[in-house]
Design a protein around this ligand. Structure first.
Ligand code: ADP
Ligand code: MG
Length: 188
């Protein structure tokens, strides 16, 4: 698989909904009636990446008040701003009662459980779980930016996201990352 071309120019995110403040990210009610749609990007390029992604999807479905409502194909991609072996990537849609930061806590715990280490920025990783979107929430606090600030630069996010939620990926955004190598792998 050939290497990706150098980092492309940042694609401006299309106009979105009215920004909300961090105060609007309060936890969902304990009754569980308050559910939210979140999109999570999964990536792995160390170890048995396919098994890791499958295990992670099972673990996402076991998070409190959470169902996995859609999963993309798994895609093989060359590293972007990273190194090491090719990645496997996918995107999942969750219906969850977790608040945004609570969801991030769970994702980071799953990364840690998969042996994730962070020796340097963008290092190869056993498991990366990023929140792409949480309803239409816009959030900018040190631990969590929503929508994910770099998602529109990355074919490994946009292609699987477009597979399960085409309305969230404008065609011009997909076209802008068309030079990045990404190929679906057969499911078995
Ligand atoms: P990468 O940017 O390569 O995914 P990490 O997984 O190590 O790197 O995450 C770095 C930091 O990014 C985390 O500590 C996390 O708090 C922060 N972060 C900010 N926004 C998000 C998001 N939308 N999803 C996941 N992590 C995020
Ligand atoms: Mg991450």
């Amino acid at each position: 698989m050939r290497r990706l071309p150098p980092r492309r120019k940042t694609i401006a995110e299309p106009p979105g909904p009215t920004p909300l403040s961090a105060d609007d990210s309060t936890p969902a009610g304990h009754g569980g009636a308050d559910r939210h749609d979140a999109f999570v990007a999964l990536g792995a390029n160390l170890g048995d990446a396919r098994a890791t992604l499958r295990h992670a999807l099972d673990a996402l479905a076991r998070l409190p008040g959470t169902a996995v409502t859609a999963v993309s194909s798994f895609y093989r991609t060359a590293p972007v701003d990273s190194d090491g072996p090719d990645y496997l990537n996918a995107v999942a849609r969750l219906r969850t009662a977790c608040a945004p930061l609570e969801l991030l806590d769970h994702l980071q715990a799953l990364e840690d459980a998969a042996g994730r280490q962070r020796p340097y920025r963008n290092a190869p990783r056993t498991l990366d779980l990023d929140v792409l979107r949480y309803d239409d929430l816009r959030l900018d606090v040190p631990r969590l930016q929503l929508p994910h600030p770099r998602m529109y630069e990355r074919a490994f996010v946009l292609v699987p996201l477009a597979e399960i939620a085409p309305g969230l990926v404008p065609p011009d955004c997909l076209a802008a990352v068309a030079g990045q190598v990404i190929s679906p792998i057969p499911s078995d």
